[in-house]
Design a protein around this ligand. Structure first.
Ligand code: HEC
Ligand code: HEC
Length: 286
């Protein structure tokens, strides 16, 4: 009986786990995806490689910070299918010849093709706001990028051509892609953990992004933005309810609306203190 019971549970886990997997972007109902080795090796099956790509895509790669249903970046379920059209487009400036190469190029030289309507403001879709994910704070290695490409090819329903890297050179991969990272130890870690740096600049971060306002400038005005709100309260509100007050020159629905569910109170306090330039050296939780 017990054996039968565990078989039933196991099959349910497999069925639901798989359903969650194939429906890209929807949260899994059964808690964790199948256990994955964080290391890429020649012994990995293609299914494991694709699953790893999904983990990198949603985790370390921070792709879903921008590529999600809020519309601040194009959805990527179809990118493998539309890639040939991108390559044939007169506006295409890159060197890719295949779907695989196009997705790779999009990750490392995003401006080689800028999807219409998604370019940096004022550049007439010639400059992409997407960071080079092989460097900066995201820093994916070649194996991780190959896994992400395999995942996007699989999701797009085209032939998966991205290869599982073999040999030691490929590992270690996807470290830091674990679904539930540890609480950040200081403000700098917290800004990176939540991907604030992919869109914002801040003095604690060497290479910030510029999809959002420079956070170094916020302290000076935060206390005057909303009557009756202190600078601190305004910053907290900006983080947990980004559309409540929009920064001048920026559009709504750009910043993820769910940081409140992800952050510990200590992490929120460290981030707010850093934005207020209090203890900007990387304050410890009080
Ligand atoms: C800070 C926001 C941001 C992050 C993080 C980000 N992207 Fe993008 N990405 C964009 C925007 C905006 C575009 C559309 C402009 C362009 O074409 O470059 C884009 C375009 C793309 C395209 C081309 C889409 C098409 O339809 O041709 C691909 C592929 C892509 N991103 C992959 C990724 C992957 C994979 C990751 C994670 C490793 C990632 N992006 C992380 C903002 C982001
Ligand atoms: C995908 C890009 C993106 C990410 C990731 C992001 N932001 Fe933003 N953020 C924006 C944009 C765009 C704005 C301007 C529009 C608005 O006010 O909502 C903004 C606005 C803000 C503001 C208000 C600035 C002002 O002067 O009104 C604060 C504070 C802020 N972000 C902090 C953060 C912090 C802290 C994080 C990480 C926990 C973060 N953001 C992550 C894009 C992003």
């Amino acid at each position: 009986m017990r054996v039968l019971f565990s078989i039933v549970i196991f099959s349910l886990a497999v069925i639901f786990g798989f359903a969650g997997y194939t429906r890209f972007g929807l949260p899994l109902i059964i808690p964790a995806p199948p256990p994955q080795e964080a290391k890429i090796s020649g012994e990995m099956t293609m299914d494991q490689f694709i699953a790893l790509g999904k983990t990198v895509y949603e985790g370390k790669g921070t792709c879903t910070l921008c590529h999600n249903s809020l519309g601040r970046a194009p959805l990527l379920e179809q990118v493998a299918q539309v890639a040939p059209e991108r390559l044939a487009d007169a506006r295409y400036k890159g060197e890719a010849k295949s779907v695989e190469e196009y997705i790779h190029e999009s990750m490392v030289k995003p401006s080689a093709y800028v999807v219409a309507g998604f370019g940096k403001k004022g550049t007439n879709d010639t400059v992409s706001p997407m960071p080079d994910v092989s460097g900066g704070a995201i820093n994916l290695n070649a194996a991780e990028m190959a896994a992400v490409i395999a995942f996007l090819q699989d999701v797009g329903g085209v032939e998966v051509t991205a290869q599982i890297p073999t040999g030691e050179a490929a590992a270690p991969a996807a470290e830091g892609a674990a679904p539930a990272p540890a609480p950040a130890a200081d403000a700098k870690e917290a800004l990176v953990k939540f991907g604030c740096n992919t869109c914002h600049m801040h003095p604690l971060i060497a290479e910030g992004g510029d999809m959002g306002p420079d956070l170094a400038q916020v302290a000076a005005t935060a206390g005057k933005r909303k009557p009756g709100m202190s600078a601190e309260q305004f910053i907290v509100e900006s983080i947990i309810d980004p559309n409540a007050t929009l920064a001048k020159g920026f559009e709504p629905d750009m910043m993820p609306p769910d940081f409140a569910q992800q952050m510990t109170v200590a992490e929120m306090n460290m981030i707010v203190a850093a934005i207020l330039n209090k203890d900007a050296a990387g304050g410890k939780p009080q």
